[in-house]
Design a protein around this ligand. Structure first.
Ligand code: FE
Ligand code: FE
Ligand code: ZN
Length: 385
């Protein structure tokens, strides 16, 4: 297996659960990955016995994954950064405690946690609340799991917006040995750090929390320019950070042993990770969304072509009707005036025996339905909706 310690967020769902997660990671050509032990947005958690952990771990072994580098992400709803509501704060602490234990239950050692929002209680209060909650959890979990506080984009009153603040939290905890950080490239860019000078950022990390504390790197491009505080991830090379900068992050020798995890958005309901990991391995950007653009363009062309055919078919149908009607008129006008012989002759006339009327209609209908099916072939789903 190659050197690069890289992977992505993977899902975990019935019926194969953790085994499915590992299979998904393998299918992307990953050497590590990140997962949630349940839904990201709530605290409901299935018992570990149900989650095919043994089977998943066996597959990990087969593919030579280093379990100590696999990452668990805690649910978003945990907010330990304020104590405005004691009940919520206590709940957040116990959900976190449970999540730390579950992480160990998977054989994993790193749990990424959003530090939370101080909600107008101020940064100092935020730091204090986080430290107290972490100390409460880490004094009783009985595991060796490390909590990696994630750098955040700085929306609202989010904590974790600078390495100095991270350092303050870590140094104030009694369990600082078990606390580290997760650096998210999209989030730090949103916080005015220039990802294109990643060595300078690592110098900053070194001066504050220390490079040893950097446990995870989330590799995401950003939909927004530096300093935006928006937190909108973009596919690698399609955002404001760009491929060159993110490629340099992934290959930076100073974070060789740090798991690098993609959390870029799905495209057309499909995960982009296989191609993104390939690109980063090769160190070369490939405009893979092009095929989607081509499909998109053809859809439009098909739609135009289809409606032209439809229009043309309708015109043919209309002309056919007009011709047939005219011929009918003509024939009816002088029909009675003719001899039986002439009538017979006329009846055999193609214009009069209805053949052309039917033929004209058929041609018209054929064009109309050809137009319709061409249109449908190209537009596919869109028409069915
Ligand atoms: Fe996160
Ligand atoms: Fe992240
Ligand atoms: Zn984010």
């Amino acid at each position: 297996m190659d050197d690069l310690l890289i992977g992505s967020h993977v899902s975990m769902s019935a019926p194969n659960y953790y085994l499915g997660s590992v299979e998904e990671a393998v299918s992307y050509g990953s050497t590590t990955f990140m997962f949630y032990t349940g839904a990201p947005q709530n605290a409901f958690r299935s018992p570990l016995e149900k989650l095919m952990i043994k089977e998943g771990r066996a597959l990990l072994k087969k593919h030579h994954f280093d379990e100590s580098k696999i990452v668990v992400h805690a649910p978003y709803i945990i907010n330990i950064a304020n104590q405005l509501n004691k009940e919520n704060y206590d709940m957040a602490k116990s959900v976190l405690l449970n999540e730390v234990k579950r992480t160990a239950g998977f054989g994993c050692e790193i749990l990424v946690l959003h530090p939370g929002s101080h909600v107008n209680t101020g940064v100092e209060n935020g730091v204090d609340s986080i430290v107290k909650a972490l100390d409460w959890v880490l004094s009783q979990d009985g595991t060796k799991v490390k909590i990696a506080l994630e750098t955040m984009a700085g929306k609202g009153s989010e904590m974790g917006t600078s390495f100095e603040q991270m350092e303050e939290i870590i140094s104030k905890s009694k369990y600082s040995k078990r606390i580290g950080i997760c650096l998210d490239t999209c989030h730090i860019s949103d916080n005015n750090y220039d990802v294109s000078d990643f060595d300078k950022i690592l110098d900053n990390v070194e001066k504050t929390v220390g490079l040893k504390k950097l446990l995870v790197v989330h590799v995401n491009d950003s939909k927004n320019p530096i300093g935006a505080h928006k937190d909108r991830h973009e596919n690698i090379g399609y955002g404001e950070i760009g491929f060159e900068a993110l490629n340099a992050v992934v290959h930076n020798p100073r974070i060789k042993d740090v798991p690098k995890i993609l959390e870029t958005p799905y495209v057309d309901d499909k995960p982009p990770y296989k191609v993104e990991i390939e690109m980063l391995r090769a160190g070369e950007f490939k405009n893979w969304k092009d095929t989607n653009n081509v499909k998109e363009n053809w859809k439009d062309t098909g739609e135009q072509l289809g409606s032209s055919f439809k229009q043309f078919g309708k015109t043919v149908l209309k002309s056919a009707r007009t011709i047939v009607d005219k011929v009918d008129d003509h024939c009816n006008n002088d029909y009675d005036a003719r001899s039986e012989e002439e009538k017979e002759k006329k009846d055999s006339n193609v214009f009069n025996d209805g053949t052309w009327r039917e033929t004209g209609k058929d041609i018209g209908h054929a064009f109309a339905s050809l137009g319709k099916s061409i249109g449908n072939t190209f537009t596919g789903k869109r028409n069915k909706k």
